[in-house]
Design a protein around this ligand. Structure first.
Ligand code: SAM
Length: 284
């Protein structure tokens, strides 16, 4: 149970509730801005794991029926998921995978159980928790291709073991997909992706760069694209500007925001398989 100390703890975008760690890649200017925001806006709740955010009306990208169905189904699966095998690889106070709601891990397994993707792409491996989670219910022959700019063995507290990688269900790749020449190397992989999970720098730039790159991909399978931390300040505008069908699933995902996009073909732009008729009516 969380202790309710007064004031903000140094909680920065992209951490998993540890409260005192700075994720690799976060620029100094961003850390300073976050610190100043906490000074200017006093935390009225006293909850230490908290960040400055904004509530807003978002009428862009109304969800498809498919998104609502996936959300409901994934939540049902999440209720019954036990991620102790993964959580127990962490020190006791950091067993985030079994924290639900509040963390996204059980929701991710629920999505995989529902859509049974053979090709999952993760951007942001870090300690390997979400890679393990995404790999848990993959169908036969499925794989999680997990990208990071830092090799997982260099991340303190990494939970990935040799055995996890041996079967080929988790494929770590050290590469920076924000660089266009690097993205081109993996374009074919993206074209075949069925589920993409983006959980990287949240520096206010890279997630937008990735979304722009995704716009150029001829997706074959109408992937779902999940974004972590959509309620984090740096992500608000980027998430708001997504004009594809999308759904904010924060109450059933990560407390700092979990959003899911249905990468269906839309008017005026796009790749992604067009859905069968009737399926795509927005829910409002
Ligand atoms: C919040 S952590 C990921 C946590 C992990 N997905 C989980 O849920 O357990 C963010 C990771 O993104 C990585 N990252 C930062 N910039 C990146 C980039 N351009 N491409 C890939 N990964 C990047 C960082 O090195 C860091 O390991």
């Amino acid at each position: 149970m969380e202790s309710e100390e007064p004031g903000w703890r140094l909680q920065l975008a992209g951490t998993k509730g540890r409260g005192d760690e700075v994720p690799p890649g976060m620029p100094l200017t961003q850390r300073i801005k976050n610190g100043l925001a906490r000074l200017v806006v006093p935390n009225p709740t006293g909850v230490p794991h908290a960040q400055v955010s904004l509530i807003l009306y978002d009428d862009r990208g109304l969800p498809t029926g498919r998104l609502v169905d996936v959300a409901l189904g994934a939540i049902q699966h999440a209720r019954h998921e036990d991620l102790s095998e993964i959580a127990n690889r962490m020190p006791e106070r950091e067993r985030w995978p079994n924290h639900w709601p509040g963390e996204h891990y059980k929701l991710l397994t629920g999505i995989v159980r529902l859509i049974r993707p053979r090709i999952v792409i993760e951007i942001g491996t870090f300690q390997g928790l979400s890679a393990l989670t995404l790999a848990r219910h993959l169908p036969e022959g499925g794989a999680v291709h997990t990208f990071d700019i830092v090799h997982h063995s260099r991340i303190p507290g990494c939970v990935l073991r040799d055995g996890d990688l041996r079967e080929g269900r988790i494929k770590p790749i050290v590469a920076d997909l924000t660089r266009s020449s690097v993205f081109e190397q993996y374009r074919g992989l993206f074209e075949a992706a069925e589920l993409i999970f983006v959980d990287a720098a949240k520096d206010g730039v890279m997630e937008q760069v990735l979304l722009d790159r995704f716009e150029s991909v001829q997706f074959q399978a109408r992937p779902l694209v999940v974004f972590d931390d959509i309620r984090v300040w740096n992500m608000l505008k980027i998430w708001r500007n997504v004009r594809r069908p999308k759904l904010d699933l924060t109450s059933f995902g990560h407390w700092s925001g979990t959003g899911i996009i249905d990468w269906v073909e839309v008017d005026g732009g796009s790749h992604g398989r067009r859905a069968s008729s009737g399926e795509e009516a927005p829910t409002r």
